[in-house]
Design a protein. Structure first.
Length: 664
């Protein structure tokens, strides 16, 4: 199926299933279960969030989600707490399991949703869904009023920094959690990004589905909708748009997705969006409370009330698209190096070194068993309703973690080396000989293969090549160790998965969705629906680096190069203004220093000799900076006059200057 067609259909479904929800949604979250439903039941929570994590900070939660030794359950519950802090409840059709901190977003999650978010967020070092640049482009397409004066990504970075700064002034305020948590999660990616600085590169700052959802909820949770029973207080709210609110009062309330809508979508989903995107956004009649933390940041950012309304509308549409992606295909991918990491480049005369990477989708059997025992039944009713809704519309939902073995047939992984190539290596020819791999539009695609009921993998190989010039054995033994890396990424591609050609022909025409919507949203849908993971292979090699010496040595001048390292004996030259000249040899007894000996002469009647000890001086954690003559003496013998000995009175420091040395 063509990407544009897939994007068009997914967006159509997003809008279809969000058309007719009324104001009863907020009440339904705390309602009693249907007596005819046999579902797991818990009493409504008396407090918000996860009790054991109630006092955890944003930094604590980010650590627990991403900690390498954290179990799936520990990461899962930390994600639930983060969602609750951001105003997002965990629900099923029979009630609330984890209550949101107020104000609450009208768009909750189920346990399967939380699992999807957890599997990606726990590998936050390498896994993400969008860069800030890509997110800014998506928001711009949906109507966020960016200025033309600078790039959209840079403006979103500025906004995030301003938001984080404002939250830091009042970290205990409920709406401060989201920006502080986003800042903490950015510290866990590799390389880490400081979102609070305002200087982060938007093309390098990465966001997981979890952070994207928290961002959206921050806007949703401060909305007041005219069609609800919550009246805007006079003088206390700003009107985002003076346009009349459009609702679809003619659609039947009992369409095939009515149950789904009552669980997942908020009051904004009563809007019909049949027009071009620019026209749609002007039709929202949203109001927002004055004095809310986010509103203050927006005012400081220079947004008018009307611009803020368009911003909120754009974020809400994005939230609904990402929610559909969670249901459509709840996969995440983790990339690892098989074997040693780092590896050393081949020496001169050695063949290329083949290194294998694995991209794994899903979880270990042990993690899945533990999850099923504690949470397996929760959320299954809502998940079934969502899948039934899409199935009724002719859309087969794709894989989720519980049925990977059945669902990955036809799935592939797109592999690419994003940095460190070709200087460190490139795709191995072995990949072309693998029957599961082929090149498609310039990218290597390898099929996913099931390895258990709950996981699948794809493999990729690279050839690590020699240095230029090749590292000789002599350089390997005496050179300086350097390091680099190769970044390898894998993206799950479901374009060959079950066909979407069974999509109901009249579904799009029934609500009059125009082509421009799919054109604008297509890129973000394809990006959101294509989970990506990356990892880095460390590559080491030796180079013939050394030091240069050129400076004073007491009353004389010392000079020369050190190319064999400071761990083996080395010799420098010295001379004086009166014609004396000679050498000084340093013999190390350890990496910290050793003994020195000096010899020299002037013509045939003056000779010099000396000896003593020296140390190597380094800045903390840095390369050596000085040779320090600590003690000893130098004697001068003149024919016919005898010998004079000069003791080293105080330490003499000789500066080491980093220097490139030619290969031996």
């Amino acid at each position: 199926m063509k990407p544009r067609r897939l994007a068009f259909q997914l967006l159509s479904i997003t809008l279809i299933i969000s058309l007719t929800l009324g104001c009863g949604f907020l009440d339904s979250l705390t309602g009693t279960p249907d007596p005819n439903q046999e579902l797991p039941s818990l009493p409504d929570p008396s407090t918000s969030g996860i009790l054991s994590l109630r006092y955890a900070s944003a930094a604590d939660l980010a650590d627990q989600i991403t900690r390498e030794d954290a179990s799936l359950i520990q990461s899962f519950e930390a994600v639930q707490e983060a969602l609750a802090r951001a105003g997002i409840a965990t629900v099923d059709v029979n009630g609330v399991y984890v209550a949101a901190y107020l104000p609450a977003s009208p768009m909750p999650d189920t346990h399967p949703d939380v699992l999807t978010l957890t599997l990606e967020a726990r590998d936050r070092e390498n896994s993400y869904r969008m860069t800030v640049d890509e997110f800014a482009q998506a928001l711009s397409d949906l109507g966020w009023p960016f200025s033309p004066d600078s790039s959209q990504g840079e403006q979103l970075i500025d906004f995030l920094a301003m938001w984080i700064s404002a939250a830091g002034e009042n970290p205990s305020e409920s709406q401060s959690f989201t920006p502080l948590f986003m800042a903490e999660m950015a510290q866990h990616q590799i390389p880490a990004v400081d979102l609070s600085s305002g200087e982060a590169d938007p093309s390098q700052a990465q966001l997981s589905l979890l952070e994207l959802q928290l961002f959206s909820a921050a806007f949703d949770r401060i909305m007041i909708f005219p069609q609800t029973s919550i009246p805007p207080s006079s003088g206390g709210a700003h009107l985002a748009s003076l346009s009349v609110m459009k609702t679809n009062s003619t659609l039947a309330q009992e369409d095939p997705c009515s149950k789904y809508k009552k669980i997942f979508y908020g009051p904004l989903s009563t809007l019909v969006l049949p027009q071009a995107i620019g026209q749609q956004l002007s039709d929202f009649g949203i109001t927002y409370s004055v004095g809310e933390a986010l509103g203050k940041v927006m005012e400081k950012y220079g947004m008018s009330g009307e611009q803020f309304g368009k911003t909120m509308a754009a974020v809400n549409v994005f939230a609904r698209i990402s929610k559909l992606i969670e249901i459509y295909s709840s996969l995440s991918v983790t990339v690892t190096v098989v074997g040693d990491n780092p590896v050393h480049k081949p020496l001169e005369g050695e063949p290329n070194l083949e290194v294998e990477f694995d991209a794994k989708v899903g979880v270990s059997d042990e993690d899945w068993k533990n999850y099923e025992q504690k949470y397996g039944e929760f959320g299954t009713a809502a998940s079934r309703i969502a899948h039934d809704c899409l199935s009724t519309l002719g859309i087969p939902t794709l894989a989720n973690t519980g049925d990977i073995a059945k669902a990955v047939e036809g799935f592939a992984v797109e592999w690419r080396i994003t940095s460190g190539s070709p200087e460190n290596g490139y795709d191995s020819d072995a990949d072309l000989q693998d029957q599961n791999c082929s090149y498609h539009l310039g990218r290597l695609r390898c099929k996913l293969v099931s390895i258990s009921d709950h996981s699948a993998k794809s493999s990729f190989r690279v050839d690590v090549i020699q240095s230029k010039p090749p590292e000789t054995q002599a350089v390997h033994e005496s050179g300086v160790l350097e390091s680099s890396n190769m970044k390898v990424c894998a993206a799950v591609d479901a374009s060959e998965a079950p066909s979407l050609s069974t999509f109901i022909n009249g579904a799009m025409g029934g609500v009059g969705i125009a082509d421009p919507i799919a054109e604008l949203a297509g890129g973000m849908i394809l990006k959101l629906g294509k989970p990506e993971g990356c990892t880095r292979l460390g590559v080491t090699y030796h180079v013939q680096k050394g030091w240069k010496v050129d400076g004073p040595f007491g009353e004389t001048h010392i000079f020369g190069e050190i190319c064999s390292g400071l761990e083996v004996p080395f010799t420098l030259n010295w001379d004086s203004s009166v014609g004396l000249a000679g050498t000084i040899t340093f013999s190390p007894s350890s990496e910290n220093g050793g003994v020195w000996s000096l010899e020299g002469a002037f013509e045939s009647y003056v000779t010099n000799a000396g000896e003593g000890s020296y140390t190597i001086e380094s800045s903390t954690g840095q390369a050596p900076t000085n040779i320090v003559i600590q003690n000893g003496s130098i004697s001068q013998t003149t024919v016919g006059y005898g010998t004079i000995t000069h003791p080293i009175g105080s330490p003499i420091s000789i500066q080491l200057i980093a220097n490139e040395c030619p290969p031996p």
